[in-house]
Design a protein around this ligand. Structure first.
Ligand SMILES: O=c1ccn([C@@H]2O[C@H](COP(=O)(O)O)[C@@H](O)[C@H]2O)c(=O)[nH]1
Length: 268
């Protein structure tokens, strides 16, 4: 999916919501637990219920990898079920020496039909370059993450700027706003004004609203650009809105609430 297609989806739906499919067998409703393909059945119901209210789905691969072969199969079936109108993100946080990163890129962009993958920048340009070589695919680089540990390295000073700011400035030169995005946690909304000075045009993937307490209003105030430029992710707040048989209708309700609020903030 290219940038124009993504922006068109956002404009049509008046939503920049990304639903996170962090599906955990221990948390899905009891009536589904004995289903022979429980994770996929749950995910399909969530996708059917939320697809009119979001423009993207983010599969955090950890939840699937933890289940071994069955998990990979569930991930594959899930990503194939997501409509092509929606940006399909693998939240895999990969990155290694060049030839290994090439294999990661092949795994998520060719073997699996993801549009985007999250990548850690710590190993530098050659670890990210193989992902950027794919046309119409997105590399989403960790910038300023939502967790407390962001203070350990990302928020440390390196001369006249913070480490995460140096990452944004440097990595932005390796790609362009049509193939690169950055992760910025919603819990870091106050940094967004500075971030927009460094990377005014890039899309930002913003996790951390809902359970982690980030504010959609603050993120939108400081992070939106002329073409929206934001994908705000919520995982647990949507997929576990109810643990009963009504889980999908409750998930729809929460996704719709995010969509309505997002519509109020969108500039276009
Ligand atoms: O800085 C980061 C980077 C990634 N994540 C991931 O996003 C979701 C958030 O889930 P919620 O349930 O909405 O809190 C999850 O997959 C994280 O691994 C993040 O939270 N922060």
């Amino acid at each position: 999916m290219n940038r124009n297609q993504l922006v068109k989806q956002i404009q049509e739906k008046r939503s920049f919501l990304c639903v996170g499919l962090d599906t955990d067998l221990t948390k899905i409703p009891n009536h589904l637990k004995n289903h022979p393909n429980a994770i996929v059945a749950f995910n399909k119901a969530i996708i059917d219920a939320t697809k009119d209210h979001c423009v993207s789905y983010k599969i955090n691969t950890a939840f699937y990898e933890a289940m071994g072969l069955k998990g990979w199969a569930a991930m594959e079936e899930t990503v194939q079920y997501i409509p092509d109108t929606h940006l399909k993100i693998a939240d895999a946080k990969r990155g290694d020496i060049g030839n290994t990163s090439s294999q990661y890129a092949k795994a998520f962009f060719e073997t699996l039909p993801f549009d985007a993958i999250t990548v850690a920048p710590y190993m530098g340009e050659d670890s990210i370059r193989p992902f950027l070589e794919y046309e119409h695919k997105w590399t989403i680089v960790l910038g300023l993450t939502s967790n407390k540990g962001a203070a350990d390295f990302e928020l440390q000073s390196t001369g006249n700027q913070l480490l995460y700011q140096k990452v944004l400035q440097t990595v932005a030169q390796w790609g362009n706003p049509n193939n690169l995005m950055f992760v910025v946690g919603a819990t870091q909304a106050t940094e967004l004004a500075i971030i927009r000075q460094i990377i005014p045009d890039h899309f930002l993937l913003v996790p951390g609203v809902g359970f982690q307490g980030g504010s959609l209003e603050e993120v939108s105030k400081y992070g939106l650009n002329q073409q929206c430029g934001l994908l705000v992710n919520a995982s647990r707040a949507i997929i576990y809105a109810s643990s009963g048989e009504n889980f999908a209708t409750e998930a729809k309700e929460i996704a719709q609430q995010y969509q309505t609020e997002m519509g109020q903030y969108l500039p276009m």
